[in-house]
Design a binder for this molecule. Structure first.
Ligand SMILES: [Zn+2]
Length: 144
């Protein structure tokens, strides 16, 4: 087992006298942070799917996609690598759009004070438990 610890330390963690064998700089930190953030979205999505026992894409997935891809774009621009730049130049558009749509949808719905169910816009009563919604008394159709 001593050889294994030696292998892990010498050949993986502290390879060639450098952490993970990487020549570190501020740009490498930005690039690896981008990789870490972007990759973590898959774990988040997988966890949410396993938890709900159906395919789920939580909102944090889009935030991690946006943050990770922007960090990787900054790194790609620094590297002036056209292939890498193109790969991360446009994905922020659908990520941002998904976030806008998500928050619009969330804000249009109201949470039932009785059961916490997310009720459709302009509902007078909670479709889940029948509680009268406070917004129904205030918002008149003519105001829209
Ligand atoms: Zn309810």
């Amino acid at each position: 087992m001593d050889w294994l610890a030696h292998f892990i330390w010498q050949d993986v963690i502290w390879h060639d006298g450098k952490f993970l064998g990487i020549e570190w700089s501020v740009w490498k930190v930005i690039g690896w942070m981008g990789n870490a953030v972007f990759s973590s979205r898959f774990l988040v999505q997988w966890y949410a799917t396993e938890k709900h026992r159906r395919v789920v894409i939580p909102v944090v997935f889009w935030w991690l996609s946006l943050g990770g891809s922007l960090l990787l774009l900054v790194y790609a621009l620094r590297q002036t690598d056209s292939v890498f730049i193109y790969a991360y130049l446009f994905p922020w558009i659908p990520y941002t759009r998904n976030l806008i749509i998500h928050y619009r949808h969330k804000n249009a719905h109201s949470e039932c004070p009785g059961c916490g169910h997310l009720c459709p816009p302009r509902s007078n009563f909670c479709p889940n438990c029948g509680t009268r919604l406070a917004a129904a008394a205030v918002v008149e159709p003519a105001e829209r």
